[in-house]
Write a protein that binds this ligand. Structure first.
Ligand SMILES: NC(=O)c1ccc[n+]([C@@H]2O[C@H](COP(=O)([O-])OP(=O)(O)OC[C@H]3O[C@@H](n4cnc5c(N)ncnc54)[C@H](OP(=O)(O)O)[C@@H]3O)[C@@H](O)[C@H]2O)c1
Length: 341
């Protein structure tokens, strides 16, 4: 019999991209936590068993985790209760079977950001986080974004009842395609770039945070899914280390916010949704209104994903040029969805 996977986030952008691949693999039997009844019914049609519930249904999560060889959590990087419930289920399974199950958790490179507001990083204050450099990863402050949950996951591994792995995707981009999107199950859009595009449309002008001199990393969605599948297979085969040496930064290039903003502003201007073809800065009022007062798009994120390429044979091909083309396509797609709304 194949291994059992409990998947959280099956209807999401990242989780949906992974499930798309899993459906083609006969090695795994999948149970997903889903909160939407219609989507649960549709998933059953694809051979996925479902548990109706939310991330606050901690007993359900613990029970399902205890029943699975592998937990794949792509629903929420910051939900402490759900992560604790997964770990409690992992522990229960270990106590019953004597075998440490696998937990692959989704965090994010938001853990590495500085406090910049559209300015370039200060090399003195922002280290280069490298997932193959244990010392620099261990030096990440406990107070960093996402880190409270990641530390729980790492602690479970240290205690020995679970083999844990953490994937830290950077800005994931691209429009997810596949049968789960076509069936109206999976979300096809990411978070960061679409948020900037939607805010620009509401402002009537393509815009960025400050001068947009800040830099982030990016990874294309289908290529990120490939990283997860490779990691899953390697974890099952036991060929890669886990715990603190099992953290994988998902990135394949760097972008500067101002170049990104130039790409979506051009597309919005051509569609008559930006007054000018050059991006302006969001005002403080815009940031309050569109981003809840948090100028996180203006931060810098400096990191390097070494492990996946070196140890998993992950070979993404979509780099910086494809990213900018993808931004223009995302702008066109957001405009189409607004016209259809
Ligand atoms: N996208 C990125 O660029 C990126 C980069 C780094 C890290 N991340 C992190 O990765 C995680 C997933 O991101 P994503 O882009 O895949 O987001 P998404 O498309 O919004 O997917 C989230 C998934 O989790 C489910 N979910 C969320 N809250 C839930 C709750 N309270 N109860 C039950 N299900 C819940 C959603 O279910 P519904 O379909 O019912 O809403 C959906 O299946 C997030 O924590 C995000 O911060 C994302």
């Amino acid at each position: 019999m194949g291994k059992t996977i409990f998947l959280l986030g099956a209807t999401g952008y990242i989780g949906g991209s992974i499930l798309e691949h899993l459906l083609d693999l006969s090695d795994y039997s999948i149970t997903a936590l889903v909160r939407n009844t219609e989507k649960a019914k549709k998933l059953e049609g694809f051979g996925v068993k479902t548990i109706l519930g939310s991330l606050d249904d901690l007993d359900k999560i613990q029970r399902a985790a205890a029943a699975a060889d592998i937990v794949l959590h792509c629903a929420h990087a910051d939900h402490v209760g759900a992560a604790k419930a997964v770990l409690a289920g992992n522990k229960e399974r270990f106590q019953t079977t004597g075998v440490a199950p696998i937990y692959i958790h989704t965090s994010g490179t938001g853990a590495f950001i500085d406090g910049a507001v559209g300015t370039r990083f200060d090399p003195e204050s922002l280290p280069l986080y490298d997932d193959s450099d244990r010392a620099v990863m261990d030096a990440l402050p406990d107070t960093a974004f996402h880190r409270n949950v990641d530390l729980l996951v790492l602690e479970g591994d240290t205690e020995g009842y679970v083999r844990s792995y953490i994937v830290l995707p950077s800005t994931v981009w691209g429009i997810l395609t596949g049968k789960l999107v076509d069936a109206g199950i999976a979300n096809s859009h990411s978070i960061q770039i679409p948020a900037a595009i939607k805010a620009s449309i509401r402002k009537g002008q393509g815009a960025m945070i400050g001068l947009g001199e800040n830099e982030w990393l990016h990874v294309e969605i289908h290529e990120l899914a490939d990283l997860y599948i490779r990691l899953l297979n390697a974890a099952v085969a036991g060929t890669v280390p886990h715990g603190r040496d099992g953290q994988y930064i998902g990135e394949n290039g760097v972008y500067r916010l101002k170049d990104t903003a130039a790409a979506y502003t051009r597309a919005l201007h051509a569609a008559g949704r930006s007054r000018t073809a050059e991006p302006e800065s969001f005002t403080k009022g815009d940031i309050d209104r569109f981003f809840g007062g948090r100028p996180w798009l203006g931060t810098n994120c400096r990191a390097k994903g070494v492990r996946a390429k070196r140890d998993l044979g992950w070979a993404p091909t979509k780099g910086d040029a494809e990213f900018l083309t993808g931004v223009e396509k995302e702008a066109a797609s957001v405009l189409t969805s607004l016209r259809g709304a």
